[in-house]
Design a protein around this ligand. Structure first.
Ligand code: SF4
Ligand code: SF4
Length: 183
């Protein structure tokens, strides 16, 4: 037995090392918050509850086609203006079965409008429900008004004009700021 082995048998060095490590954590800044009185603000890229803007949506179905698990359901009909004879698509149904969503964001990436008509960077995650089939099935009115969802404090709901790039603020309402299709 060498001298160091003899010393370590005499003095519990490893024990003191472990206690020093534990003691270091005791004085560190604590990350725990008293939820729900306090909340940690999600990062800007966090994907949470869907934002959807029916006015901006051009009914192209690219989001539904991009969804790898087919949980976006869109139905529409065409109306013809009797004076101009112009055709216009009307969205009858825009549903997302959120309980099956894996928050991959592919639907948002596929959306061609600017700002996007569907987005997940809403900082909002409080969608819990006691019944998941109806509680987490969002049709277009529920998506816009976020019925049953608690927005992250300060977040503007989609129906109030949430800016997808900054969910804490509204999109400007001036005609110049009207949404345009991406090239
Ligand atoms: S985020 Fe959800 S709805 Fe969108 S493409 Fe992914 S699985 Fe489908
Ligand atoms: S991709 Fe965008 S514009 Fe096209 S249907 Fe989906 S939400 Fe509407």
């Amino acid at each position: 037995m060498g001298f160091m082995d003899f010393l370590s048998n005499l003095v519990p060095i490893e024990l003191f090392r472990g206690m020093a490590l534990t003691g270091g954590y005791f004085f560190r800044h604590k990350e725990t918050v008293q939820y729900p009185e306090q909340r940690v603000e999600p990062a800007d890229r966090f994907r949470g509850m869907f934002g959807y803007d029916l006015e901006r949506c051009i009914d192209c179905s690219l989001c539904a086609k991009a969804c790898p698990i087919d949980i976006i359901f869109i139905e529409d009909h065409v109306e013809v203006n009797p004076e101009t004879k112009k055709k216009k698509k009307i969205i009858d149904r825009y549903d997302i079965d959120v309980k099956r969503c894996m928050f991959c964001g592919l639907c948002e990436l596929a959306c061609p409008t600017e700002p996007r008509s569907i987005w997940l960077t809403t900082k909002t995650y409080e969608t819990s429900t006691y019944e998941r089939n109806d509680g987490l099935y969002f049709f277009k009115e529920r998506l816009a008004g976020w019925e049953g969802v608690t927005p992250y404090p300060g977040v503007v709901t989609p129906i109030d004009g949430q800016d997808p790039k900054n969910p804490m603020s509204k999109l400007p309402e001036s005609p110049e700021a009207a949404p345009e299709k991406k090239e």
